[in-house]
Design a protein around this ligand. Sequence first.
Ligand code: ARG
Ligand code: ZN
Length: 494
Amino acid sequence: MHRRIITPGALAAASLMLAIPASAASYSPGAPGIGDPYYPDYGNGGYDVSHYDLRLQYQPATDELAGTATILAKTTQDLSSFDLDFLLDVSEVRVNGAKASFATSGQHELVVTPKTPLAKDTPITVVVRYSGVPSTKTAYGFNTWHRTPDGAVAADEPEAAWWWFPSNDHPLDKATYDVSVAVPDGTQVLSNGTLQSTSSKLGWTRYSWRENKPQATYLATLAVGKFDITTGTSEGGVPIVNAYSKDLGDNDGAARASVERTGELVDWLSGYFGPYPFSSAGGYVPNTTTGYALETQTRVYYSPKQFAKGANTSLVVHELAHQWYGDDVSLKGWKDIWLNEGFASYAQWLWSEHEGEGTTQQLADYVYASHPADDAFWKVKPGDPGPDNQFDAAVYDRGALAVQALRNEVGDDAFFAILKGWPKEHAYGNASIADFQAYAEQVSGKSLSALFDTWLYQPVKPAAPAARAASIAGAAAPVQPKSWKKIAATNDVH
Ligand code: ARG
Ligand code: ZN
């Protein structure tokens, strides 16, 4: 990786000129990655972002995106330069008002060298002016910017931000967002949070969205297209904004019959997970050919295909469960993905039970029995699946089995206290599986090392506890959970 560094000589000259203290020698480039072993160059070192302000313009006819990102951050070391993760074409960067030099490096690094080095623990303002055609940009050979017949969508995991805004692209650095995008009159823009304003002039309509709670970069979403937007408030008081592409064809009814239940399902999930953590909720269904959904904060992304068999409330439950497990409490490293997918999948089992389609135990027994011991399914460790298996069925299904195993070990009282207490314990923050185990041990008063090791970290089928074995034998044709993830897997971009 070719990186710009200030040579010691240049630094000495700079310190003379600018009267920088002798300690300037300790100024060094921020790391090109935040330190996640799964994705070594994702995120960056040396600073922490508190807010992104994106003021953009997008032309659906040409896929041209242009505008300015203003980033508020604080340095966490003495910095001579720092990276942002970004793929579009940059024309100017300013740091604290002064023009900075910049260069591209590696797969998706924008290396910014401010005019004067930045001291540790100081607030900085970074302005990046840029433009580009996101659909033409790739990193590692892939592109997750999805064009639609009438616009485009940014929604993917873990990579989505590079194609539309410069960022410290890792869930560890959460920030608030203002996303303001102008599009040709008659076209709509969706993003996270609440719609602060719309205004039209010179043939362009500007939509300004605000997410006022910390949000991971991969949970920031942008959709441009012709949408039918519906609004409301859940019985429990959560404002709801949903949107449907005007071009969903046969899937339109099933999509609405699912996503219009967002308010009801948010309220229902609050019973298990505690108060809804954000100031709005909802989902949108653009006209994409993708096959997955994503828990984009407050405004879930759904693919039309997921409604091809009819309504799919189980999917909506899964994505809304992530608002607590994944969005409110985000992972510390991508290996902690079980904290997202295991719990969102378990929420689907709770919903199944509520709907009379099989209890959580029956579903656990069914999943356990349906994978023989030599099935590759058991080779994936949900607690450390590796980047290639991050969204493997085992992370979801064995992940949910692990949650049921925890419930059986600690009993219902402790289990439901843990389920509700966890989002409160780490509200708007980050946590690891080790943190979760410690919390579950604290609430239940039990040592859970063996249980976590068996269900999350051993690449073999765990032995069924005797009680479970009996219930498998006696189970009368348990209902199979909805297999939407298999649809997702066959449509994966990478
Ligand atoms: N977190 C998403 C979900 O379980 C999965 C996203 C998978 N990513 C992908 N590109 N298919 O709802
Ligand atoms: Zn999920």
